[in-house]
Ligand binder design. Structure first.
Ligand code: ADP
Ligand code: MG
Ligand code: MG
Length: 252
């Protein structure tokens, strides 16, 4: 589904990503971990197409297409969804109308009939149940006056509605409170299927107590320096990142 080869990216002339290689297949959950400042959010941003970042080398192929040539909106229509990084503030637009437009754009792109109001409502109720979202949340304007946890729940709900092929979740350093963490993780787990994939970016192991990854990668100074299974995350929780730095030091 996603193939990243030798990806280098810079911001304001500073090279942040220094040769990332990553293969993600349908049905897989990958966790990207690593110390603060290692480039995790940069990688998520580059995949979503945020324009501040300049890709200087390498390639990203998504479902056979060169992802780097697509504008952020085109990537979204192709099924790439970036959650959590900077909660969007869109005051005054009812989340229902916003979502229906977005969902129908994705459906159109996939060759599916647009949903009328009744069918859309049915889908909303199904997905709300799936990700345990209170209906009251949705009657408020999108992200207006929501707490951090509510925003993240709302983003998971949006994700459920848009049915992305590739979801990228960047748990920012501020993190989630424990209840939001459980709801978000439960949502992600419920949405997992053989046809989609998830990349979870996190500084903390605790998210991975709830979202169980198939693969764990450690990003350090803009490179993936170690990959493993979920046991690697537990090892990092226990020992921190220093041993990995030492390992690399010895190898270099
Ligand atoms: P992480 O998510 O792993 O904590 P980031 O991707 O946010 O790391 O940041 C990686 C590096 O890029 C850091 O050294 C950070 O200071 C730098 N960086 C991030 N954003 C900018 C920016 N807008 N301008 C300059 N440097 C930046
Ligand atoms: Mg950071
Ligand atoms: Mg980050």
């Amino acid at each position: 589904m996603l193939s990243i080869k030798n990806l280098h990216a810079s911001i304001e002339g500073n090279e942040i990503l220094r040769g990332i290689d990553l293969e993600v297949k349908a049905g897989e959950v990958h966790a990207i971990m690593g110390p603060n400042g290692s480039g995790k959010s940069t990688l998520a941003s580059v995949l979503a197409g945020r324009e501040e970042y300049e890709v200087t080398e390498g390639e990203v192929v998504f479902k056979g297409e060169n992802l780097l040539e697509l504008a952020p909106e085109e990537r979204a229509r192709e099924g790439v969804f970036l959650a959590f990084q900077y909660p969007v503030e869109i005051p005054g637009v009812s989340s229902t109308n916003f979502l229906r437009t977005a969902v129908n754009q994705v459906r159109e792109h996939r060759g599916l009939e647009p949903l009328d109001a009744v069918k859309f409502l049915t889908m909303m109720k199904e997905k709300m149940k799936l990700v345990e979202i209170d209906q009251k949340l949705l009657s408020r304007a999108l992200n207006e006056g929501f707490s951090g946890g509510e925003k993240k729940r709302n983003e998971i709900f949006q994700m459920a509605m848009l049915e992305p092929t590739l979801s990228i979740l960047d748990e920012t350093d501020s993190g989630l409170d424990i209840d939001a963490l459980k709801i978000v993780s439960n949502g992600v787990n419920q949405l997992k299927s053989k046809d989609n994939a998830t990349i979870v970016v996190t500084h903390y192991q605790r998210l991975l107590d709830y979202i169980v990854p198939d693969f764990v990668h450690v990003l350090y100074k803009g490179k993936i320096v170690k990959s493993g299974t979920k046991e690697l995350a537990l090892e990092l929780e226990e020992k921190g990142y220093d041993w990995i730095k030492e390992e690399i030091g010895q190898a270099a």
